[in-house]
Ligand binder design. Structure first.
Ligand code: SAM
Length: 280
């Protein structure tokens, strides 16, 4: 079984008369070594049901099928979703355990199988919402590796006190431990994107609370980072009605009101949110 290289990707695209769509983030991987590496970093085994978002022409899908028990691939572009099973059947001698779902990943609320691992070269303009959505909706996903725009990778893996730390870092930290997993050259894509790419890996961990607490926590995170240069007592003043009221809540939660949101861990945001009323 050979994986897809530059020539096969161009052939497939020509046969489909496919002009890669910028708005759908269609930059296809033309270097099969990259796909093999992603699957290896993700640690995919024959015990895994892999979820892939945006399989495109199938570069990563073929590498996943070589290693996972089964793959469920969610692709928004109808032409690509229709072609994928054909490409897969042409590359393997035996039938493969692949399910293709032609849908927007952000609208995904159930799957025919319970995925254990997420492996994807995500569409860059929606990578953070897609990742957070999947972590929320599919608790059986234990771990994963995603390729995203380099700056987004840095934000997802950002730690408190750094300039990269922000809404994606804290919200992702609610669900998982997130780490940078290396850079990927622009030259491995067709067409080459005008941004750099990086891999991030994540491992799910126990959430710090239930869904009610998560919603309150995420609302506080949004407010704290909407004005990230401000001290928390003023960044949260409209949330609590005044900066004096915000200061009282922060003190009760054991948080210094003069800190900025970028200094707080996810557990600090939870401590603030746990004091919020039910109708918050
Ligand atoms: N996995 C392929 C590869 O590595 O060559 C393609 C990756 S390309 C960066 C992103 C893919 O996501 C495209 O195939 C695009 O059509 C698809 N896509 C874009 N938005 C999507 C969405 N909201 N839900 C599902 N797929 C989406």
């Amino acid at each position: 079984m050979t994986l897809l290289g530059a020539a096969q990707i161009r052939e497939l695209a020509a046969a489909l008369d496919l002009k890669p769509s910028k708005s759908l983030g269609q930059n296809f991987v033309i270097d099969s070594n990259v796909c093999t590496k992603i699957v290896r970093i993700a640690g995919v085994t024959q015990n895994d049901i892999a979820l892939e978002i945006g399989p495109g022409l199938g570069s990563l899908t073929l590498a996943l099928l070589q290693n996972a028990a089964s793959v469920v691939a969610v692709e928004i572009d109808h032409r690509l979703a229709t072609q994928l099973p054909i490409t897969v059947s042409e590359h393997f001698e035996s039938p493969q355990n692949l399910t293709v779902i032609n849908k927007d990943a952000l609208a995904l609320s159930e799957l025919p199988v319970q995925p254990t691992v997420l492996v994807a070269n995500l569409p860059y303009n929606v990578s953070v919402p897609v990742l957070l959505h999947l972590l929320e909706k599919f608790p059986t996903i234990n771990s994963g590796v995603v390729m995203v725009q380099a700056e987004v990778a840095d934000r997802l893996a950002g730690k408190p006190g750094t300039k990269e730390y922000g809404i994606p870092s804290v919200k992702a930290a609610w669900w998982a431990d997130v780490k940078g997993a290396g850079s990927v050259s622009r030259s491995v894509f067709w067409p080459a994107p005008n941004v750099d790419s990086k891999l991030v890996s994540f491992t799910r961990r126990a959430t710090p609370g239930d869904e009610t607490l998560r919603k309150k926590t995420f609302a506080i995170i949004d407010a704290a980072f909407a004005q990230r240069r401000k001290m928390l007592r003023s960044a949260l003043s409209s949330t609590y009605g005044s900066s004096a009221a915000a200061e009282l809540v922060l003190q009760s939660a054991g948080i210094n009101p003069t800190l900025r949101g970028e200094a707080l861990e996810i557990t600090d945001f939870c401590a603030i949110a746990s004091l919020a009323p039910d109708n918050f």
